[in-house]
Design a protein around this ligand. Structure first.
Ligand SMILES: [Zn+2]
Length: 389
């Protein structure tokens, strides 16, 4: 499985989780390889259960197999990463989760040919590994070899099988699988990026429904879970592209929240709690004496501060940092900040004073408004200029 650091709500949470519970095991040509703690838990669990059920040799076998699969997944990810480098896209890190690798590409080129090459490179690496293993084995492994997996020969048979399965799984034409991106790139060459994504997302969701039905009929609960995940991922990819489409080229001031309660850095947390009760805001920009943005405080942050440091603590001590942009910064630069994990983006006027802020929720509202206006039956109706093209 593959996810690029591209904006969708699921990878939004996944990226925050990925960073918090992972550690780096090395850097290859500027890309840090990080392992998620749950992957080590999986290794430990598999080793332990192998030992208990079939002894130390079985435990060693299963752990070796998992580590080799892990190496294959890393190679797959580096297929994407090196392909992306050819188009001038750097990848700061790749995180290994039990469900697969997540490469955090700085961006994915909208240009269909580039996206196609980057998306297909990973599965091609996986296919190459499978072919090399099959050549070494000299033939297709038998079902017994794969099930029993005895010795080095059995290990190679199992590894070849896993790589073939990974190759096929990744080519399912649905986001976030590589096949979804390959499909989108193909459709985008003659439909354009936005329309191509819409059609690709529809095909992906149809695939998800089919997978889900197969899972239900065969009683395979994992397949059903994968189908649900794929269904929502496809929808969210579609939403993101539509969002980029409606905000493209617009300055921050067109999308920011500019009617809001602000907190003062020197005030106590009690003042924040009071603002939470007396307004319908759930997050508050914090300003300093000059009116410049000093930080940000969410409802959860306020509750944590009340329970921890206490209501007399200065807000400055419990607030979080958020990125700040000028009111003229284009939304094209701001959307990736929010999908990259920022709680909000502060917007400053020309003198550096806090003018407003942008959150993921308010961008989603803008998207809903734009869709509602577009969905109006009379094509001649004049939509406000704000909805773009
Ligand atoms: Zn991939």
């Amino acid at each position: 499985m593959d996810k690029t650091g591209q904006p969708n709500t699921m990878s939004h949470t996944a990226s925050a989780m990925g960073r918090r519970w992972s550690f780096s095991i090395g850097t290859v040509k500027g890309t840090a390889v990080r392992i998620h703690a749950t992957f080590l838990l999986l290794l430990a669990w598999a080793g332990l259960s192998g030992w208990l059920s079939a002894g130390p040799a079985a435990a060693l076998h299963i752990v070796t197999l998992l580590v080799l699969v892990f190496v294959c997944v890393v190679l797959h990810e580096f297929g994407h990463i090196f392909a992306a480098r050819r188009f001038g896209v750097r990848t700061p890190e790749v995180v290994l989760l039990p469900i697969g690798g997540v490469s955090r590409l700085e961006r994915i080129p909208d240009e269909p040919r580039a996206e196609f090459v980057i998306a297909i490179a990973g599965p091609l690496v996986t296919l190459a590994i499978a072919l090399v293993l099959l050549m070494v084995l000299g033939r297709m492994p038998t079902v017994e070899e794969i099930q029993q997996g005895q010795g080095w020969h059995g290990l190679m048979a199992q590894l070849a099988y896993v790589n073939i399965a990974l190759f096929l799984f990744n080519l399912i034409p649905a986001f976030p699988m590589d096949g979804g991106r390959v499909l989108r790139a193909g459709l985008a060459t003659w439909l354009g990026h936005t329309q191509g994504t819409r059609v690709a997302a529809g095909i992906g969701q149809a695939c998800a429904v089919f997978l889900g039905l197969m899972g239900l009929l065969s009683g395979n609960i994992i397949l059903v879970l994968v189908a649900v995940f794929v269904y929502f991922a496809a929808g969210s990819e579609n939403g993101i592209v539509a969002l980029r489409d409606i905000t493209a080229g617009k300055p921050a001031r067109d999308s920011m929240i500019d009617n809001f309660v602000r907190l003062h850095a020197t005030d106590p947390v009690a003042a924040a709690a009071s603002a939470l009760i007396h307004s319908d805001q759930r997050e508050f920009p914090v300003v300093n004496r000059e009116g410049c943005l000093a930080g940000f405080l969410s409802r959860d942050g306020i509750i944590r501060a009340l329970a921890g440091p206490g209501q007399d603590t200065a807000i400055a001590e419990v607030m979080q940092e958020i990125p700040q942009v000028s009111q003229w910064t284009r939304m094209d630069e701001i959307v990736p900040m929010l999908t990259g994990g920022a709680a909000a983006v502060g917007v400053a006027d020309d003198d550096g004073r806090c003018l407003g802020y942008i959150t993921w929720e308010n961008l989603m509202e803008e998207l809903m408004i734009s869709r509602a206006l577009r969905g109006r039956p009379s094509p001649g109706s004049t939509a406000p200029a704000k909805t773009g093209h």
